[in-house]
Design a protein around this ligand. Structure first.
Ligand code: GLN
Length: 197
């Protein structure tokens, strides 16, 4: 098994480390690679799009056709997980910030996204969430986006205050926070298990 972390920008290495840990816990023999180049995503069984700056990640993945490889993987039914900026990229409907910056989105989750939803006062914070299928989870939010509305095929996995912060549509997962910044591997284990479903 091979999991690829899209490594053009952002919290890449943290995802590699925690995915390896999750594989170990599940007894899966596999590899986790980070890539900036085309041709790697297409050879993987699952893809992770990390947090960072959605405008930058978008520009680079669409420039180097990594975006089309991700879309092909989704088409094949492989699991794809986006965290924070990665969640923004998976969305179908952007907000005015996405439009103003001409950020191209992958459109794999039928959700309406709001960039930097929690404002300047709370650029980063932690909260305990109750995540469906996972349980209580200490979530780290950093200039996080949020989901304001979902289409009918989208399962809401967690909310925080007035916002939706975790979603699933088939095997596509999106989290507004950074599960790779804790030692808790449960979200990555959940993602890996989708490969076998
Ligand atoms: N604020 C960033 C964006 O809009 C996302 C922040 C993050 O990924 N931690 O792209």
């Amino acid at each position: 098994m091979r999991i690829t972390v899209v490594g053009v920008q952002g919290a890449v290495e943290e995802h590699v480390i925690i995915t390896k840990l999750a594989m170990k816990k599940l007894g899966i023999d596999g590899e986790v690679v980070a890539t900036r180049r085309k041709g790697v995503v297409s050879k993987s069984d699952g893809v992770i799009i990390p947090g960072g700056e959605s405008t930058t990640i978008s520009r680079l993945i669409f420039r180097d056709s990594i975006a089309s490889e991700i879309l092909e993987k989704a088409e094949e039914g492989k699991p794809i997980m986006g965290t924070c900026a990665g969640l923004i990229l998976l969305a179908k409907h952007g907000d005015e910030q996405v439009e103003r910056t001409n950020t191209k989105l992958l459109g794999l989750l039928d959700i309406w996204i709001k960039r930097n939803a929690f404002g300047r006062q709370r650029e980063s914070f932690e909260a305990v969430l109750n995540i469906k299928n996972i349980g209580k989870f200490q979530a780290v939010f950093i200039r996080a986006p949020a989901v304001t509305k979902v289409g009918k095929n989208v399962d809401v996995l967690a909310t925080f205050e007035d916002y939706i912060v975790a979603v699933q549509q088939d095997k596509i997962l999106g989290f507004a926070f950074h599960p790779e910044l804790t030692n808790d591997t449960r979200i990555h284990e959940y993602f890996l298990k989708l490969i076998f479903e």
